[in-house]
Ligand binder design. Structure first.
Ligand SMILES: Cc1ncc(COP(=O)(O)O)c(C=O)c1O
Length: 408
């Protein structure tokens, strides 16, 4: 007889970390959405952050060709040398330095880059600074390493930009480094060149590592992205992370890359060997082809995404009680729904997100998933769908709010 679900199993007791970790909020909502879709309900999703366009066909053909040619074996733990070379050339051109292939590691998505770099740098008890709100993997990986995540609240009045002054107030003798995501998920904010320079100076002065997750570097609608790879001595303390998921629409192919001084790459190689042996070889041919093709195909996508950002912003403003910062980057907006909570008598955004899903058939991610403090009162909207769907979705929320508020 199966004892599935028997919580008093004499054999299994979970680790503290397994007990502590929760699934990523945006991913957790996917299964609820599937459930509604299976029932034939027309759900509009502003949930998970995944572009709706396909990768260039030539890139996918390159994967098929690689499979036909027998690239089905183990390879180096830090990826195909040819892809490392291409990434080094591409980023050298993009950010104006001479990056060597030996300073590049290919990872299983940018997420593995986050995990491996944290494992390479964080000891138990080390404090690691991070933006609040921020991508939940930062808190999770630092916790797995038994480090201490220390959150730096981003202020709505600063457009959710991380400020060097705010970093300084959180530094203690135990601070080992800082994880920065720019352009920023979930707010869509973008650091100025001056912000990046000042943050870099503070980190150097206090001997902190910077893990810089720049996965949204190409989704910029106003202003210009500055990379930490553009800082003069980045090799001293910067670990740059990015990948093919967003710009190239390759979320499911799981190809990310890391750039850092050679010693870091060597440590990451050892960690990757014992974690997943190697990133899958055939899929990396999509990356090689993509970088050969260059970013021309992305120009039209960027124009379309800017229209979507504008439509999302304008439609959110029509919902009574909602305020929102018009983030110049990524494909997310992070509106403040505190007034809506008050008007509808709903306790928190987790409950609000569930009500919107079941009653208005709209998927949004509660701000508390990023990962907990400053996200309260906020919802994250991922605008990876056509303008008419964005408008229809926001209108459904507006009607739902009107029908459920005492301000009618
Ligand atoms: C800030 C940030 N970093 C990393 C990732 C993960 O990217 P990948 O698909 O390359 O693992 C995401 C995905 O949403 C993200 O938002």
């Amino acid at each position: 007889m199966s004892n599935e679900g028997n919580s008093s199993s004499p054999v299994l007791s979970f680790s503290d970390i397994a007990e502590e970790l929760k699934p990523e909020a945006a991913v957790a909502f996917l299964s609820l959405v599937d459930e509604l879709k299976r029932k034939g309900i027309n759900v509009i999703s502003f949930g998970i952050g995944q572009p709706d366009f396909l990768p260039p066909k030539e890139a996918l053909d390159a994967v098929k060709k690689a499979l036909d040619e027998g690239y089905t074996k183990y390879i180096s733990s830090i990826g195909l040398y040819e892809l490392r070379q291409k990434v080094a050339e591409y980023l050298s051109q993009k950010y104006g330095d001479e990056i060597k292939p030996e300073e590049v590691a290919i990872t299983v998505g940018t997420k593995a880059g986050i995990f491996l770099s944290v494992m390479a740098l964080v000891n138990p008890g080390d404090e690691v600074l991070m933006q609040d709100p921020s991508f939940p993997a930062y808190e999770a990986t630092v916790t797995i390493a038994r480090g201490k995540p220390v959150f730096i609240p981003l202020k709505e009045e600063n457009g959710y930009r991380l400020k060097a002054e705010d970093i300084i107030t959180k530094i203690t003798p135990k601070t080992k480094g800082i994880i920065i995501n720019d352009p920023h998920n979930p707010s869509g904010s973008l650091l100025s060149e001056d912000d990046v320079k000042r943050i870099y100076e503070v980190a150097k002065e206090h001997k902190l590592f910077i893990i810089s997750d720049e996965i949204y570097e190409d989704f910029v609608y106003e202003g210009k992205h500055t990379s930490f790879l553009q800082m003069p001595d980045w090799r001293d303390n910067v670990i740059y992370l990015s990948g093919f998921s967003k710009t190239w629409g390759m979320t499911g192919l799981r190809i990310g890359y890391m750039v850092a001084r050679r010693e870091v790459i060597e440590k990451v190689e050892a960690l990757a060997t014992h974690t997943y042996t190697c990133p899958p070889a055939p899929l990396q041919f999509a990356g090689i082809k993509a970088l050969e093709l260059g970013l021309d195909f992305f120009k039209d996508i960027l124009k379309e995404y800017k229209k979507r950002r504008d439509a999302m912003y304008n439609s959110l403003l029509k919902i009574p009680g909602v305020s929102v910062v018009k983030g110049p980057g990524t494909f997310y907006l992070f509106p403040n729904f505190r007034e809506v909570l008050k008007a509808t008598g709903i306790n928190n955004v987790d409950e609000l997100a569930k009500r919107l899903l079941y009653e208005a058939h709209i998927v949004v991610t509660p701000g508390t998933g990023f990962p907990k403090y400053e996200g309260e009162g906020h919802l994250r909207f991922s605008y990876v769908l056509p303008v008419d769907k964005i408008e229809e979705g926001a209108e459904r929320i507006r009607e739902w709010v009107l029908n459920n508020s005492n301000r009618k």
